[in-house]
Design a protein around this ligand. Structure first.
Ligand code: SAH
Ligand code: SF4
Length: 391
């Protein structure tokens, strides 16, 4: 068994080099080859001594993701379905915009939180991804896109941990992965441009503040505990007041001066004016709670049959946004992207349950790999998907 070098942040790689009897600066060189240049073959690494390259060949490898399928949307969004073994698959989605490229990354195969409106949640939990599997999504997408666009420059400027899974329930794998994303010798992303989205794992929000404060998005979805208990079961363990206090603490370490509250608009469930008014009271605070500096991001629900839920009509979403806006709360409505390829949030699991067509998809993938990039897909970058993601 050789070691997958995508499992390591720079510190970890330095430890590995140490075991090989190599100096620390070798780890930096190796790290740059892997993450900045996308190298997976040690023979490419021309400034490493031949003896080291031989040692690496016998002890290490760089594990690429196995692509089951790739779907290109007319709006430029690209979705990949990756095989992570044992009948499990996860997805990543690339969303190009005029001034940035965002990759939506998965942290788990399935999810144990089981939110009512989320198709990943309906799937149940399979397993945590390793650091290497989280990093590999970025490594794969970044270097494939550079190749397709024939550019040596960075294509992915933002990462959002909004794919499948609850990242803060896979903290030990997430933390080194975040460090790789931020490291100047790897992807060098700004802390403001890496967003962890959570359903509210309170103790781990505090840990993140200590260990690696990046932008934080909290999936609130309801303005009172009774309703949130029914939508996000984790609320029974960490109710809203506790969650918002933790968010307020996070702000003292956060790279931005607000927390994003995500709110999925479900027809007749959480989208009424009364809910908007309760939400205003929550974030403004009262005698007991101090309130929270935040932005609210309203997400049109992506329906799937098993949920039994419907998307709120656009007029209802606009009215809800209007009430919040009138109260001085910065509110955005997420534009859906990649609708034609089911790339939108919450649809990530849909395809996975249908494993019967894997062979067909593999065949499609081979055809795709032989096609040149459709440049126009990157030129048609009309929409802002999500205002809260740093420009
Ligand atoms: N587990 C984390 C991150 C992954 S989910 C979290 O819950 O925050 C990413 C975002 O997609 C969350 O805000 C989630 O609530 C939202 N989402 C899940 N299912 C959805 C659906 N069917 N329609 C719209 N948004 C959905
Ligand atoms: Fe898990 Fe997030 Fe889906 Fe809830 S919304 S089930 S936490 S992935």
């Amino acid at each position: 068994m050789t070691v997958n070098l995508l499992e390591f942040d720079l510190e970890g790689l330095a430890g590995f080099c140490d075991q090989l009897g190599e100096k620390r600066y070798r780890a930096t060189q190796l790290f740059r080859w892997i993450h900045q240049r996308g190298a997976s073959d040690f023979d490419q690494m021309s400034d490493l001594a031949r003896s080291l390259r031989e040692k690496l060949k016998s002890r290490a490898h760089i594990a690429d993701m196995r692509v089951i399928s790739q779907h290109d949307s007319v709006d430029g969004t690209i979705k990949w379905l990756f095989d992570v073994g044992g009948g499990n698959a996860v997805e990543s989605v690339f969303i190009p915009e005029d001034d940035r490229g965002t990759l939506c990354v998965s942290s788990q195969a399935g999810c144990a939180v089981g939110c009512r409106f989320c198709s990943t949640g309906h799937q149940g939990f399979s397993r945590n991804l390793t650091t290497g599997e989280i990093v590999a999504q970025l490594w794969f997408a970044e270097h494939l896109l550079r190749q397709r666009l024939a550019t040596p420059n960075r294509v992915i400027s933002n990462v959002v941990m909004m794919g499948m899974g609850e990242p803060l329930q896979n903290y030990s794998a997430l933390l080194p992965a975040l460090r790789v994303m931020l490291d100047d010798h790897a992807y060098g992303l700004s802390r403001r441009r890496v967003t962890v989205s959570t359903s509210g794992v309170v103790p781990m929000i505090d840990r993140l503040a200590e260990d690696c404060p990046v932008a934080l998005a909290v999936s609130l979805h309801a303005p009172n505990d009774v309703l949130r208990d029914s939508l996000v079961p984790l609320n029974r363990k960490y109710p809203i007041a506790e969650l918002l206090e933790t968010c307020a603490r996070y702000l003292s370490r956060a790279p931005r001066d607000f927390i994003t509250l995500e709110y999925c608009m479900l027809q007749g469930v959480n989208d009424q004016p009364e809910h908007a008014r309760q939400l205003i009271d929550l974030v403004r605070g009262n005698a007991k709670s101090k309130g929270l500096r935040c932005k609210v991001n309203l997400i049109p629900f992506n329906p799937f049959p098993a949920s039994g839920l419907l998307r709120s009509p656009a007029a209802v979403v606009a009215a809800f946004a209007g009430i919040l806006g009138d109260a001085g709360i910065v509110t955005t409505v997420r534009k859906t992207r990649g609708d034609d390829i089911d790339a939108a949030c919450g649809q990530l699991a849909g395809e996975i349950q249908d494993r019967t067509r894997v062979d067909e998809r593999m065949a499609q993938q081979r055809i795709f790999m032989m096609q040149p990039v459709q440049q126009r897909q990157f030129e048609k970058r009309g929409h802002t998907r999500d205002e809260q993601i740093e420009r």
